[in-house]
Write a protein that binds this ligand. Structure first.
Ligand SMILES: [Mg+2]
Ligand SMILES: [Zn+2]
Length: 205
C-alpha cells in the first residue's frame, strides 16, 4: 500500500491556539486530538505536524523552547497511546529577526517547504497526503505541495479566517470542518473515493 500522510498544523489544530508558546507548559492538546492521531497511527497513516514558529525569529523565545514544547507534545500524545511521526517547524520571518532567521524561506506556510521535506523523508506522493489547519496559510501550503485535499478548521483562528480573509485569499480549502475528527473523516472519505473507488486519477491504489 502507498505511504499515506495526514499533515497537521500545530496551533489551533493539534494544540489549542494560546498565542506564542514561549514556554512548553503553555502547550495544550486540542480536545480529541490524541484519539484522532491514535486512529491514524492504527490505520497506517503517517502523522506529520508542520508549524510556523516565527516567534523564534521575533526573539520571543529561543529555538530550544520549540524543541521542549514538541517534546511535551509527544509526551501528552504518548500518554493517550498516540504519536506523531515527525514535527517540522519554520523559525523564520521574512521581515523580522537576526540574520539567518530573517529571510524569505521556503518553509514558512503558505510555502510548501515543510510538506515537501516530509514527502522526501517519508516517500509519499502528495496524491496520498492531506493538509489540515486553522489558517488559510495551511491551505495554501497544502495546495502548493499538491496534496489530495486541504481542510480549514473552524477551531483556533479558523472561524475568523473564514469571516475576514476568505474573500481576498488566493487559497480556498476543499473542505471546512468543525473539528479535527470531522476534518480527518472528510479526508478518509475523499481518499477512499479517489484511490479505492472508480475515480483513480493516479492509476495507483
Ligand atoms: Mg494554526
Ligand atoms: Zn522557514
Amino acid at each position: 500500500m502507498s505511504v499515506r500522510a495526514m499533515i497537521f498544523d500545530r496551533d489551533g489544530t493539534i494544540c489549542r491556539e494560546v498565542g506564542y508558546v514561549n514556554h512548553p507548559d503553555r502547550l495544550e492538546l486540542m480536545p480529541g486530538a490524541a484519539e484522532v492521531v491514535r486512529n491514524l497511527n492504527e490505520t497506517g497513516w503517517k502523522v506529520v505536524v508542520a508549524t510556523n514558529q516565527a516567534g523564534v525569529a521575533r526573539g520571543y523565545f529561543p529555538r530550544h523552547v520549540l524543541e521542549q514544547a514538541h517534546e511535551r507534545l509527544r509526551e501528552m500524545l504518548a500518554r493517550e497511546g498516540a504519536k506523531v511521526d515527525a514535527i517540522y517547524a519554520c523559525p523564520h520571518h521574512p521581515d523580522v529577526g537576526p540574520p539567518g532567521l530573517r529571510r524569505a524561506c521556503e518553509c514558512r506556510k503558505p510555502g510548501p517547504g515543510m510538506l515537501i521535506q516530509a514527502r522526501e523523508d517519508f516517500g509519499f506522493d502528495p496524491a496520498h497526503a492531506f493538509m489540515i489547519g486553522d489558517s488559510l496559510k495551511d491551505v495554501g501550503a497544502g495546495r502548493a505541495a499538491e496534496c489530495l485535499g486541504t481542510v480549514l478548521l473552524r477551531t483556533g483562528y479558523g472561524r475568523g479566517e473564514m469571516l475576514w480573509k476568505s474573500a481576498t485569499s488566493p487559497f480556498w480549502p476543499d473542505h471546512v470542518a468543525d473539528d479535527l475528527s470531522d476534518a480527518v473523516a472528510w479526508c478518509l472519505r475523499r481518499y477512499e473515493a479517489v484511490h479505492s473507488g472508480g475515480v483513480d486519477a493516479e492509476g495507483v491504489s
